[in-house]
Ligand binder design. Structure first.
Ligand SMILES: *Cc1c(COP(=O)(O)O)cnc(C)c1O
Length: 489
């Protein structure tokens, strides 16, 4: 299997290089040149396998330069004993045509664990395969969930070090506590004065600083990224869609509803569909930041609009970077993709050609959900099924129910649940009319007592964990912090 860039057909490299590099040099995203398919026999075989074996088989179709042993090492390391459930991605059936894919059984209680538990393994193996001897330094700018999931994934992984920057007033108390108490000898966390954009542009600046890269190289280090533009984060997400289809007893057709931000999760579902999972519609659910809903309904992507801060913050996004991969898959035209991305950069807007729009509508359906509806759905779902969902899942659930009523109520539907309700307990409590506690932990306890649903252990344990990182720096000092952390003068 060879990979090229969404902005340049000419590139042809293998997966180990793709994973180690992260982003293509032309600014595009790496993408496999073909999509492997799974046969009826493949599905029958996989049905009898556990999750890590399913992962090994499916990843093996994309990472063909990895040996069987290497794949086994990566999948066993990532998915044995790291999730609070035998199956890291279990399907919960709420009624005959409605199931939920629970992706929050990992150490940080959000779906990013499914990819970030395995990425460190894929990355260290890739670096070794490429003949590299350097230590990989992962730099992350986070608005919450990614930072913690990356820290947990890379914590004490040999040959790596990780540094996370977050905006000091831009994450929730629980998220701050999750990051500032992180254990491990190769981790560092630092708050910066500013917003998420400041943190992100600061990290980008360090990535692009050739002098800094030279200093690192001299000291045996090289930077890499754990962002969702890395193929090593996307490929593992395809696995749980195949796995869910098998666990739903291979229905003739199914719809999948994904609460979407950066378009990584739903793109993995599209790959699963192209591999042979009979997905009828990929339903893209947005919150009030509905740039994707409008795009799917009109073929016009326009980020020039008001930005809303919502109760589903991990979906508060106006530039969905992984959409670039879909545009390439639908058009097969690297020149077109490069031109659309240029337009996005200069005027914040582009329109796709008719043929691409038609194909987009064949596979995708887009809808969104208001703040009020999100909170109402949490309550309605709990009242009807005794099942507690978080704000992001509630966005998908609202859209799923409207789709069932208005478009198709007979096809089995899988709602993707991306976070534990306890990660967003203040909003969940508000929707159920449960009093908030004096602090975030008392709020969790109140919610547990009122609903009889247990909070995940990693969240409860935080209460007594010691804060290890409390530094707040100016944006200009981020580079110095990184060098200092690595012990470079
Ligand atoms: C990151 C995240 C999303 C959005 O996923 P994308 O792959 O960026 O579309 C949705 N829900 C939660 C809880 C998340 O952390």
């Amino acid at each position: 299997m060879k990979y090229s860039s969404t902005r340049n057909h000419g590139i042809s490299i293998q997966s180990a290089q793709v994973i180690a590099n992260g982003l293509a040099l032309d600014g595009g995203l790496y993408i496999p040149k073909e999509i492997p398919t799974l046969s009826k026999q493949d599905f029958e075989y996989l049905k009898g396998c556990d999750y890590k074996t399913r992962a090994k088989e499916i990843l093996g179709r994309f990472l063909t330069d990895f040996t069987n042993r290497e794949l086994e090492y990566c999948c066993n390391g990532a998915y044995s004993g790291t999730f609070d459930n035998d199956n890291p991605a279990p399907v919960k059936k709420l009624e005959s045509n409605l199931s939920v894919l629970e992706l929050w059984h990992g150490p940080t209680c959000a779906f990013k664990d499914l990819a970030l538990q395995i990425l460190p393994y894929l990355m260290t193996v890739s670096v070794k395969k490429n003949g590299g001897t350097h230590k990989t330094v992962i730099l992350v700018a986070t608005s919450g969930d990614t930072g913690k999931a990356a820290l947990e994934g890379f914590c004490d992984v040999e040959g790596t070090a990780i540094m996370v920057f977050y905006p000091t007033d831009g994450v929730s108390n629980m998220q701050k506590k999750q990051m500032s108490t992180q254990s491990g000898d190769n981790v560092n966390v630092c708050a910066i004065k500013g917003n998420f954009d400041d943190a992100q542009s600061g990290v980008k600046q360090i990535f692009g600083d050739s002098k800094c890269a030279e200093i690192l190289k001299r000291n045996g280090y090289a930077f890499s990224s754990a962002n969702s533009i890395n193929w090593g984060r996307l490929a593992p997400q395809i696995v749980y869609y195949v796995s869910a289809y098998l666990d739903m007893d291979c229905p003739a057709q199914m719809n999948v509803v994904v609460p979407t931000g950066n378009f990584g999760n739903i793109l993995a579902a599209y790959y699963a569909k192209e591999m042979g999972v009979p997905i009828k519609k990929l339903i893209c659910a947005s919150n009030s930041n509905k740039v994707l809903t409008d795009f799917i309904n009109t073929g016009i992507y326009d980020k020039n609009r008001e930005f809303f801060t919502t109760v589903s913050p991990s979906m508060d996004i106006l530039i969905s970077s992984n959409l670039e991969r879909l545009l390439y898959l639908l058009s097969g035209d690297d020149t077109l993709v490069a031109s659309l991305m240029q337009q996005l950069k200069t005027v914040g807007k582009y329109t796709v050609p008719d043929e691409v729009f038609k194909k987009l509508q064949q596979s995708f359906y887009g809808d969104f959900c208001s703040e009020d509806e999100t909170l109402k759905t949490i309550k309605a779902t709990f009242d009807k099924y005794g099942y507690l969902i978080d704000t992001h899942t509630a966005v998908a659930m609202t859209v799923a129910q409207r789709y069932a009523t208005q478009c198709d109520g007979t096809t089995p539907t899988l709602v993707v649940s991306t976070a534990s309700p306890y990660k967003f307990s203040p909003a969940v409590s508000r929707s159920l009319g449960i009093a908030l506690g004096a602090d975030e932990f008392e709020t969790v306890e109140n919610l547990e007592n009122a609903t009889g649903t247990k909070a995940p252990q990693p969240i409860k344990e935080l209460k007594n964990k010691e804060v290890r990182f409390n530094k707040v720096v100016n944006k200009e000092d981020m580079r110095g912090e990184v060098l200092n952390f690595l012990g470079i003068k």
